[in-house]
Design a protein around this ligand. Structure first.
Ligand SMILES: NC(=O)c1ccc[n+]([C@@H]2O[C@H](COP(=O)([O-])OP(=O)(O)OC[C@H]3O[C@@H](n4cnc5c(N)ncnc54)[C@H](OP(=O)(O)O)[C@@H]3O)[C@@H](O)[C@H]2O)c1
Length: 276
């Protein structure tokens, strides 16, 4: 099914909105059917640079009035006031509202926008900016099968879109895939620094680390093999990899990762309580 004749509206023209606009354009969505409300002139210019046909506005009202799908891509702190204002204005019947704001629950959104509004909450991640993201989606009870497909189309233009069985999993999702890119970047930073300490020139240290990260991720995804099985396959008893892995184990890397993700999930839940 093609959605190219539908108008997609975005409230906010920041990083995540631009990732979505890029994704939609790459999916062939006509620029004149993508409308973005962004109060900041500098940010509007950044959006406009993506395609001259995009429809830009400094105000939310015209965008919300014309969109079949309205994506709220603003910071969680400003979302309540914006959603309350949107709840008071006339919008197309059955308009699907999607929110990418971290921590803002479907319950809060329903309170601001009205019980009849079909709502989908999305947790994307930063690789969405190059179409390599993964988004977790949760829908309110008023979203039917067609609405779910439409939400999947929009979120799926930035990478994979996966439905959650339950919205309560969103804090855990935030800890895994929302914040997750930073964990891999951190490991790459440490590997590059260690490689330099081992005597490699910085550009070689960077290239070897980054290509290894990319290659390892591709092997997991493309061969559909468990990471543990791949690790075992490259670890000969008494060999070099085993020597390194023993150090990670002695430092309780598994426990550290567990603690880190738990801290992220707890912080996500705290921020959610503040925003609701
Ligand atoms: N970036 C990520 O990797 C990521 C990942 C997961 C979820 N998210 C979620 O995505 C949302 C947006 O994040 P972001 O990184 O794209 O933030 P961002 O770059 O700061 O973008 C937000 C944009 O919304 C604009 N804005 C502020 N108030 C507005 C209003 N009343 N009406 C319309 N636009 C308004 C801001 O303009 P000003 O600059 O003038 O304030 C800014 O350009 C957040 O809720 C975040 O939780 C982001």
């Amino acid at each position: 099914m093609s959605y190219h004749n539908l108008t997609i509206g975005l409230i906010g023209g920041g990083n995540m909105a631009r990732a979505l606009v890029r994704g939609l354009l790459q999916a062939g969505h006509p620029a004149q059917h993508i409308c973005i409300a962004e109060p900041d002139a500098g940010q509007r210019e950044l959006v406009a640079a993506l395609d001259p046909g995009l429809v830009l506005d400094a105000n939310n009202t015209p965008v919300a009035q014309n969109a079949a799908v309205l994506v709220l891509a603003i910071k969680p702190q400003v979302l309540p006031a914006v959603a309350i204002a949107l709840g008071d204005q006339r919008r197309p019947a059955g308009q699907l509202v999607m929110s990418v704001a971290a921590g803002i629950t479907l319950g809060s959104l329903t309170g601001w926008l009205g019980t009849g509004t079909p709502l989908v909450r999305v947790m994307p991640n930063q690789p969405a900016t190059i179409g390599a993201g993964v988004s977790a989606l949760a829908a309110s009870g008023s979203v039917d099968a067609a609405g779910r497909q439409l939400a999947e189309y929009v979120a799926g233009t930035t990478g994979r879109a996966l439905w959650l069985p339950d919205e309560t999993m969103m804090d855990a999702v935030t800890a895994v895939s929302g914040s997750g890119p930073a964990y891999f970047y951190l490991l790459m930073e440490h590997m590059e620094r260690a490689a330099i300490d081992l005597g490699l020139p910085p550009d070689l240290a960077a290239a070897l680390t980054r290509e290894t990260a990319l290659g390892a991720a591709r092997v997991v995804v493309e061969t559909h093999t468990e990471p543990g099985a791949l690790r075992a396959a490259v670890t000969s008893p008494g060999g070099t990899t085993a020597a390194a892995l023993r150090v990670f184990e002695q430092a309780d890397l598994a426990g550290i990762v567990q603690q880190a993700l738990t801290a992220a999930r707890e912080r996500s839940a705290e921020l959610g309580k503040q925003g609701s």
